[in-house]
Every structure is written in structure tokens, then in C-alpha cells.
Design a protein around this ligand. Structure first.
Ligand SMILES: *Cc1c(COP(=O)(O)O)cnc(C)c1O
Length: 380
């Protein structure tokens, strides 16, 4: 195999020639943004594809998260997870809200519902969990607490495109869910995102907020932002949608191959997918446990020496960044499970057109280091 560098992901793109007619249509009709025909069509097709009621497209998921909090008029404190991409908590700070970090479940690495209640105060108005790596949160337990304390639930579902549980799309849980269509995600529009919501009234408010708060030519009802998706991104999304099934099938094969080859490697654990009836195989995280001969960082370096560039998602924890560190809930003693996971996790390369030889190479390396320590000591 060529010794090119292998990264954790390689953005999926449809055949270029199939995109040309869409570009010609945009050039001809001169509608570039502001809810044009491609935008409308993508919203409709995504609703059908995902099995959700309403979607509002955005320029990216971060602006979608900011807008979701505004749409529900969230105030005060919001309970969230430290084990995520930093945009989750940043959306709270941008809205003047106080993040309250709650530890995660050691199996799913999602927020642990059993620890939420103790973090609720008079100021708490919402919970923002993350379906980490696309694996569903314990949505029923979270909703039960939300109902009991009258809290909103906004899921950062950036990893969850197409994931289903036995009731259908996991995007239908909570008050709102946010998807990311960033280049590195399972379904990409270069940059992009969306809010999934259950009713027209909420969608209308979200659509106003992403367009400066405009209701009509002369009426502005809120200090909205510019979160609109352009026609270019929407047209690309429509084409990507044609290939998503194939892309997920290929990801599934790679996921299965990893699991098979890593089974029985002492000290390496793959995350399980119980609770999902349809997975999207968006990431392939492993946990490098203490009984593996070298540390997670040791393995990370060894893989890089061999042209494999895995990612330590999610390390460092959000709570350890300077703008969060001084919060009482950021203390590592409050977050022992997340702290340990951040030290042990490694996301291995996974993308649709990845050659199986890469899986073989990565797994052979991981296995050889495991038995390598044994061989070395025997050789001495
Ligand atoms: C990617 C990601 C985001 C941000 O998405 P953008 O579209 O890049 O703004 C937010 N939350 C999580 C969990 C993510 O992985």
C-alpha cells in the first residue's frame, strides 16, 4: 500500500459532472440564497429521508445551536456534557447561558441521566445532551426528568444523521435536534446544518430567527442572525442524498471489519451500538484500556509514525478549556467518567471509500503492539 497519510475521515463527494446541471440552474435563475428552490427541495427531501416533521436548514450547526436556544427562549443554566465538540458549550456562552456539566455514562459516553437531577437548580431551564458518535442518548430517562422539572431538551445531534431506534429517527426526541452537514460529517454540504422541530409554529420562528428576525418586508420581530443555507450548499445536499445509502453501507462494512479484527485484542474496546436499529457508522472510537501495553497517547503516536492519523475525540474535555475551567461543574472530581474516557478514546479512520487494506493495517498495528510487549519481554 502507498505510504500516503491516512486521516480519520475523507469528505464524501458525488461525481462532479452530476453537480454541473445544478450549478447551471443556479446560474440561470440567479437565485443564490434566501430560501430558493434547492433550499426548499432539500428541506422536503430531508424530512422524507430522515422521517421527521420539519427541518430548517442552516449555514452550519453552530449557528443552528445558537438559534435553537433563542427559539425556545432558554435562560439561566443549561445542563450539558463535557464530552463533545466544543461548539456544544460555546453555543451556551454565546447566548449568555451558564453551562452546567454533568458526567457521562461509561458505556454510551453520553450524558448520564442518573446524574442530571442533582445538577438542577432554580436557574436551570434546559438540557443540551449530545448523541455522541451518533449513539442515542437515553432519551426516555432524559425526557422524564425534563417533564418533571419543566425543562426544554435540545439535542446536539451533529453526529446522528440517519440514526434510528425502534421508534424511528432519533431526531424526533426532545424539543429540538440539531444536525451538522460539515465536510467531516456523514452527510455533508461542505458547510451546513439544520434544526429538526415537531411543529410549524416553531419552524416559523426558527426560520425568522435565521433571517435577521424578518417576518415580512417591513417587520422585524427578533434580533435574529444570518444562518441561511445558500442554494449552492442546498443543491449539493440534494445530490449527496442520492449517495447516502451507499455511503452508509460502505461505512457499515468498515465498522464490521474493525470489530472483527479487534475482537480479542486485550485492552482494546469498541463501543457497542445497542439501542440503535439503524446506525450511521459516523465514527469508529476505541477505548485504550489500562491493560493495553501502551497508553492511548502512545498508540496515537505509533499510528502516526505509520502514516495513520487517528483523532482523540473528545480530548481535551470541553470543561478543561480556559473559558469553562473555573465553573464549579468543571472540576474533574465532578466528571470522573468523562475524564477517564478523554484519556482512553481514539477515533480510527472511517469513510466510505476507505480501502479495506487500511483497516487491516491499522488493526495489525494495534494487535502487534499488544502482543509486541509480550514478545519483547520473552526475547530478552
Ligand atoms: C461538528 C459538530 C458541531 C458543529 O458543527 P458545524 O456544522 O461545524 O458548526 C457541533 N456539535 C458537535 C457534537 C459536532 O461534532
Amino acid at each position: 500500500m502507498k505510504n500516503e497519510k491516512i486521516y480519520v475521515t475523507k469528505p464524501s463527494l458525488p461525481p462532479l459532472e452530476e453537480f454541473i446541471p445544478s450549478l447551471e440552474a443556479i446560474w440561470n435563475n440567479r437565485v443564490l440564497t434566501n430560501g430558493g428552490p434547492f433550499h426548499q427541495q432539500l428541506e422536503q427531501e430531508l424530512c422524507n429521508h430522515l422521517g421527521v416533521k420539519h427541518i430548517s436548514l442552516f449555514s452550519n450547526a453552530t449557528v443552528a445551536l445558537l438559534t435553537a436556544l433563542q427559539a425556545l427562549r432558554v435562560t439561566g443554566e443549561v445542563i450539558t456534557t463535557p464530552y463533545s465538540f466544543v461548539a456544544t458549550s460555546h453555543s451556551l456562552l454565546w447566548n449568555g447561558l451558564k453551562p452546567v456539566f454533568v458526567d457521562i455514562d461509561p458505556v454510551t459516553l453520553n450524558v448520564d441521566p442518573a446524574k442530571i437531577e442533582a445538577a438542577i437548580t432554580q436557574q436551570t431551564t434546559a438540557i443540551m445532551p449530545v448523541h455522541c458518535y451518533g449513539h442515542p442518548c437515553d432519551v426516555d430517562a432524559i425526557q422524564k426528568i425534563a417533564d418533571l422539572y419543566n425543562l426544554k431538551v435540545i439535542y446536539d445531534a451533529a453526529h446522528s444523521f440517519g440514526v434510528e431506534d425502534e421508534r424511528g429517527s432519533i431526531l424526533n426526541h426532545g424539543d429540538l435536534s440539531i444536525l451538522s452537514f460539515h465536510a467531516t460529517k456523514v452527510f455533508n454540504t461542505f458547510e451546513g446544518g439544520a434544526i429538526i422541530c415537531p411543529d410549524v409554529k416553531t419552524k416559523t420562528r426558527i426560520d425568522q430567527l435565521k433571517n435577521f428576525g424578518y417576518v415580512d418586508e417591513v417587520t422585524v420581530v427578533a434580533p435574529g442572525t444570518n444562518g441561511k443555507m445558500s442554494e449552492f450548499n442546498a443543491a449539493l445536499g440534494l445530490l449527496q442524498l442520492k449517495y447516502i445509502k451507499l455511503a452508509l453501507e460502505r461505512r457499515g462494512l468498515i465498522d464490521g471489519a474493525y470489530r472483527e479484527r479487534l475482537r480479542g485484542v486485550a485492552g482494546i474496546e469498541c463501543l457497542d451500538r445497542s439501542g440503535e436499529t439503524v446506525s450511521n457508522f459516523s465514527y469508529f472510537p476505541i477505548l485504550v484500556r489500562p491493560d493495553y501495553p501502551i497508553s492511548r497517547d502512545g498508540l496515537y503516536e505509533r499510528l502516526k509514525e505509520n502514516s495513520i492519523h487517528p483523532r482523540r475525540y473528545f480530548y481535551p474535555l470541553i470543561s478543561s478549556f480556559s473559558m469553562y475551567r473555573s465553573l464549579p461543574s468543571s472540576q474533574p472530581s465532578n466528571l470522573p467518567v468523562a475524564t477517564e474516557a478523554a484519556q482512553q478514546v481514539l477515533c480510527l479512520p472511517i469513510y466510505p471509500d476507505m480501502e479495506m487494506e487500511i483497516v487491516d493495517k491499522v488493526c495489525a498495528l494495534i494487535a502487534s503492539l499488544s502482543t509486541g510487549a509480550f514478545t519483547a519481554s520473552r526475547d530478552i
